[in-house]
Design a protein around this ligand. Structure first.
Ligand code: NDP
Length: 247
């Protein structure tokens, strides 16, 4: 098998997805910014993908049926549970972002029992995310705040800080100083962004004594789950981790 990167323009998402079966693909990963846009072009969408309104894995089924899954939700959970165990129930957590990755993260965090505040630049996306999370995880605590209103006091009140925006990616902007400059020891900082070196947010959090979790472990975990969906075989996690670190 081969796994190849295929950049697709927004206007071509439907045509690209429809072409997968004709081209003989077993499936595809979907990444920024198309995780929401692919939904309407699929024949069926699995539980977590439907709940988060975000698909990161497409499986081409029997007869060319296009099935959408979300393995980011499990990837976030696995990366967090590895480090925090079951200590997050009832803990205050701040989730920066309301895009595809953030919708998956919110679902995972709500299931882990985090008392969640979503912070986003665009209010409509944050409102939608809070509504999705409340519907998906009844009884969960989830509210939102405009990014412009984020203060050091909000950050200081958290046990968990998660960046699920594209801020910190190569070529994107930086995570706001109100977040990065206020991190304290005792907090857990999870940056879903994966770059060749540690992101500025994680480097700063580490220097301040916080526990840090990088995006690479989530990347490997979501990829492992996708591998299993495409092949029906257990994923070689260590081989995948090693390959990811070689980039
Ligand atoms: P989306 O385009 O769906 O969402 C982007 C998010 O970033 C939105 O909340 C957007 O806010 C916010 N944002 C972008 N630019 C700015 C800015 N200048 N100021 C403030 N907020 C901004 O992207 P994804 O959710 O798909 O991806 C986000 C990141 O997560 C990427 O870096 C991606 O690589 C990473 N990722 C990592 C994974 C892993 O396995 N480690 C898996 C999935 C994603 P607004 O709503 O206002 O536009």
């Amino acid at each position: 098998m081969a796994y190849v990167p295929l950049p697709v323009r927004q206007a071509d998402v439907g045509a690209a997805v429809k072409g997968l079966a004709a081209l003989g693909f077993r499936g595809a990963s979907v990444t920024i910014p198309h995780k929401g846009a692919v939904l309407e072009h699929l024949d069926r969408v699995d539980g977590d993908a439907a709940l988060a309104e975000a698909v990161n894995t497409i499986v081409v089924g029997v007869g060319g049926e296009l099935l959408g899954y979300n393995t980011d939700v499990g990837g976030v959970s696995a990366a967090l549970v590895d480090v925090c165990g079951d200590t997050l129930r009832g803990a205050p957590g701040l989730l920066l972002g309301a895009g595809g990755a953030a919708r998956a993260a919110a679902l995972a965090l709500a299931r882990l029992g985090v008392d969640l505040t979503v912070v986003n630049r665009t209010a409509a996306a944050a409102e939608r995310l809070v509504a999705l999370t409340a519907a998906a995880v009844p009884g969960s605590a989830c509210r939102w705040l405009r990014l412009a209103e984020l203060t050091a006091a909000h950050v200081a009140a958290q046990r968990l800080l998660v960046n699920a925006t594209s801020l910190g990616m190569d070529g994107a902007g930086k995570v706001p100083a109100s977040l990065a400059d206020t991190v304290t020891a005792g907090q857990v900082v999870f940056d879903v962004v994966y770059t060749s070196s540690e992101t500025d947010l994680l480097a700063q959090a580490r220097a301040r004594g916080a526990t840090v979790i990088g995006g690479l472990e989530m990347l490997v975990r979501q990829a492992a789950a996708a591998f299993e969906l495409w092949t029906g075989r257990p994923a070689p996690l260590d081989v995948m981790r090693h390959a990811a670190r070689q980039r």
